[in-house]
Design a protein around this ligand. Structure first.
Ligand code: ADP
Ligand code: MG
Length: 238
């Protein structure tokens, strides 16, 4: 189970204020999409949730437990980056096994999980290949597989399609939607692409300049945007 709550979450780098007090609740198994222009703080917010950067002020609770000082590896949260970040010298199998080995899983359990993830993401034939022998879409599927084998309660995906060409993009997008249906974890997905947001999200969080402008279903945002910024960003007729 995974319920997240952010209360008055602020982030400041030296004298630059990036997040100005984020309040947000995310329910179990929800597919939440953060949208907003470049530089508005989407990646920063994901990094705070993952624990890769400390929260300056405010609270983040996961299932009622305060997470502010919990290290990333103890949060049950896995993050997929825009840039894949695969280890170039390791094959696909090793790339997926590396993180779970550190978790101390037994070899049989590791193999079972990789098998399952490889089937789900159609990577079965590619386990012995190095990243440089893969297409962009295949690399991104490996990056997703690497998160999947950790069996996290929460998946964070930061613009996972932005390095793919148009054809692959719809391919991997469908894969992510199917994954969410099959495994049922909570997904938090960052994009600046309205189409991705409208097709994937249960709930869209529209951000601008370090603040949340509106939270709602794709339909709510389209039909009743809170302001001109949301209307323009979502592309609604108003
Ligand atoms: P987005 O993902 O929405 O494009 P980011 O969260 O990456 O935006 O960045 C939000 C703002 O925070 C930007 O102005 C960026 O320059 C700034 N920022 C992000 N990381 C750092 C950092 N480590 N140090 C200083 N400023 C940062
Ligand atoms: Mg970003």
């Amino acid at each position: 189970m995974a319920r997240l709550s952010l209360r008055n979450v602020k982030k400041q780098f030296k004298d630059t204020k990036v997040l100005h007090g984020i309040d947000l609740d995310i329910g179990d198994r929800e597919f939440v999409v953060f949208v907003g222009p470049s530089g508005c703080g989407k990646s920063t917010l994901l990094r705070l949730i993952a624990g890769l950067d400390p929260i300056t002020e405010g609270q983040f609770h996961l299932n009622g437990q305060l997470m502010n000082d919990v290290p990333p590896s103890k949060r049950g949260i896995a993050m997929v980056f825009q840039s894949y970040a695969l280890y170039p010298h390791m094959d696909v199998y090793e790339n997926m096994a590396f993180g779970v080995r550190l978790m101390g899983l037994k070899q049989t359990e590791i193999d079972a999980r990789i098998d399952e993830a490889a089937n789900m993401l159609r990577l079965g034939e590619l386990l012995k290949r190095k990243p440089r022998e893969l297409s962009g879409g295949q690399r991104q599927r490996v990056a997703i597989g690497r998160a999947l084998v950790r069996k996290p309660d929460v998946f964070l995906l930061d613009e996972p399609l932005s390095n793919l060409d148009a054809a692959l993009r719809s391919d991997v997008r469908l894969e992510i939607a199917r994954l969410h249906r099959d495994i049922g974890g909570t997904m938090i997905y960052v994009t600046h692409d309205q189409v991705e947001a409208m097709t994937l999200a249960d709930k869209i969080v529209v951000m601008n300049l370090g603040r949340i402008e509106q939270v709602g279903s794709p339909r709510t945002l389209y039909e009743t945007p809170a302001n001109t910024f949301v209307a323009t960003f979502i592309g609604s007729p108003r």
